[in-house]
Unconditional design. Sequence first.
Length: 178
Amino acid sequence: LLLCLLLPASSSAEQKKPLSEYSDADLERLYKQWEESDPDSEPESTSWKSPQLDLTKVPDLTDPTLILQHSSRGQPVPLIVRIAGAEGRDSVWLENLSRNWQLEMFNAHMETTRRVVEDGTVQLIALDGSQVVKVREYLLAQPNCYSVTIEGHTVLGRGAPAAEVAAAAAAKAKKTEL
């Protein structure tokens, strides 16, 4: 019984001794213990690296959004959404509208984060780049969505005036003819 009481006391006294009293053997033993339990000494995992882009799986190589969808799998992709009819409305209305969109997308298994950038503009971030096309199509179908911009490419939504949509479609058709 006496031995059991003295043994823990000696190890705690050894742990509490000042650094200046450690011998070279003590420091070497501590270094070896530290190296054995150090998680950084393990080889790095490459699981975080994204897989190589296989262009044969992209159905339309002329659509930059589809290329973005396949190349950014597992990475966040920002979208800028302009809201139609936001002029003259308060920020609470814009917050509620964007929150409802985010909730509906979450219910459809599309995870996003959102923040109001300025009056009439919301930034959504698709947390998985492979879902960016689904998020874009959902937003474009909303009656209050004026436009969605992904990586500099803007697409007009249902909330845009019909004349602008027709002009954009004509410009796109003219561009594809060239």
